[in-house]
Design a protein around this ligand. Sequence first.
Ligand code: 5GP
Ligand code: ZN
Length: 112
Amino acid sequence: MDCIFCKIANHEIDSEKVYEDDEVIAFNDLDPQAPVHVLIIPKEHISSTNELTLENKDIVGKIFMIASKIASDRSLDKGYRIVNNCGEDGGQTVEHLHFHLLGGRNMKWPPG
Ligand code: 5GP
Ligand code: ZN
């Protein structure tokens, strides 16, 4: 399968790694939208939020805990945002489930 995030998870493509364990990898976004912009992904290929099931759902909770840990490590004491884009209208461009951790500046709401 030609999935760029699977290749990053398998270390076939370089990334600026922030965190890794047997199930999850986190790395800096290539095109950062904030001073801290980390992508956190399951190593398992899950195409999007729409492919979550009772079998694989627990990885999402784990990813949120890792996001909180990274935010703490980066001293995002004033807060941060976790974003999941799903599908065309959601702005998803890479079809491998991922969560953006954004911080280091004030986030606007609603997003554009
Ligand atoms: P999406 O728009 O699907 O929610 O987010 C995909 C993100 O992946 C974008 O923010 C984009 O900058 C990032 N991205 C795409 N290709 C690569 C890559 O090869 N390496 C890294 N580090 N980030 C990537
Ligand atoms: Zn993948």
